[in-house]
Structures are given as structure tokens and as C-alpha cells.
Design a protein around this ligand. Structure first.
Ligand code: FNR
Length: 184
């Protein structure tokens, strides 16, 4: 049976390094695992007034329906002010409602953070982990993926140019596929 991994990218800008990283990682998944980039940039900030029984914002419904179809989630994120970017927090909130119908519940996940700095998005990575605990998502523990010095890792065509990073990321993907297998 096909496994579907939803990839959520924390940066919304078109020249995002996080997006580049995610685009390089997606083809590392083996046959039998499909990846889908799930867009979060058009989801309005969570507001219960836009989420009533009579009237739910169409972007909330669209996101929830997409996420219901995925078996696992890969978060690829930059760090904003030592925390996760607001877009990811908003996606977590929107997906968690209506109460009792969370689309996150019980799903496995993995988190990759990147930064041009050496701290490699550690704060964002763990900020997401904190939210996932409450949402009953199972983030892979090891290997952790903190990608530092990210501006130096890509060639002019946006391809990873560092063999050590490529091989490390492949190790992370392989472990994630094994992790997902525990929940099937
Ligand atoms: C940043 N940046 C950043 N970097 C970091 O390592 N720790 C941080 O706390 C922050 N804070 C921060 C806040 C805001 C609002 C912005 C826009 C940026 C720098 C960030 O790592 C850098 O811009 C990355 O290139 C962002 O990822 P994308 O957009 O290239 O994917």
C-alpha cells in the first residue's frame, strides 16, 4: 500500500532555502512512498469566528481535507526569533480543530530545521516538537536533523552540493520511513 508523506515548509518566500532543502529531500524517499507539498501560506490566521458549524473558512476545510489523506508529516522549517514560523503554528492550530476532530492525532512526523547560522534552527525544531506532544503526533526522536550553514549547501541550480549533507539527509529519510512503518 502506498504511504503518503505531507511536506510542510515553514518559509513562504519564493527563494526560500528551506523550500530548496525540502525539494532536495523529497526525491530521497523510496518507491512506495509518495510525497506531497502541502501549502500553508493561504490559510487565514486561526479564528474561531471563521470556524463555526454553519460556516467554515474554505481554506481551513481545504487544508484539513488534504491532511486527512496523509499518513505522515515532514516539517522542514527555518527558525524565526528562536521559535517556529507563524505559518507552521497557524497550520497546527487550524488542523487541531474542530475539537475532537484533529487531523494530527496519532500521525508520525519528522522535523528538519535549517539556518544560515550554526545553531541550525534548534529553537524552531524543538518549538514544533513541543506542539506535537500535545497534538498526539509522534515525532521521530533520532536522528535529529539540524542543518546549519545552509546558504553554503546548494549549487546555482538549487541542488545540494555537499556529499556529507546529502548522505546524512538520506539517513534521516530512511529512519523516517522505518518510523512511519511502526504506525501502519
Ligand atoms: C530570521 N532568521 C533567523 N535565523 C536563525 O537562525 N534564528 C532566528 O531566530 C532567526 N530569526 C529570524 C526571524 C525572521 C522574521 C526572519 C525573516 C529570519 C534568519 C533565517 O534563518 C534566514 O532568513 C533563512 O534564510 C530563512 O529561511 P528561508 O526563508 O530561506 O527558507
Amino acid at each position: 500500500m502506498m504511504t503518503k508523506v505531507g511536506i510542510i515548509v515553514g518559509s513562504l518566500r519564493k527563494d526560500s532555502v528551506t523550500k530548496l532543502l525540502a525539494e532536495n529531500v523529497a526525491p530521497m524517499f523510496p518507491e512506495g512512498v509518495e510525497t506531497e507539498f502541502v501549502k500553508i501560506g493561504n490559510i487565514p490566521l486561526y479564528n474561531e469566528d471563521l470556524d463555526t458549524e454553519e460556516n467554515t473558512h474554505e481554506e481551513y476545510t481545504k487544508f484539513r481535507n488534504t491532511m486527512k489523506e496523509v499518513d505522515a508529516i515532514l516539517f522542514v522549517t527555518p527558525e524565526y526569533n528562536r521559535t517556529m514560523p507563524a505559518g507552521i503554528k497557524n497550520a497546527l492550530d487550524v488542523g487541531s480543530r474542530p475539537y475532537g476532530q484533529s487531523i494530527w492525532d496519532g500521525k508520525p512526523a519528522a522535523i528538519m530545521s535549517q539556518s544560515p547560522s550554526g545553531l541550525a534552527g534548534f529553537g524552531a525544531n524543538h518549538d514544533i516538537r513541543q506542539g506535537l506532544v500535545f497534538l498526539n503526533v509522534y515525532p521521530m526522536q533520532q536522528p535529529e536533523a539540524y542543518i546549519g550553514g545552509s546558504y553554503e549547501l546548494f549549487d546555482d541550480n538549487g541542488k545540494l552540493n555537499n556529499e556529507d549533507t546529502k548522505s546524512f539527509l538520506q539517513t534521516v529519510v530512511d529512519a523516517f520511513v522505518e518510523h512511519i512503518g511502526r504506525f501502519k
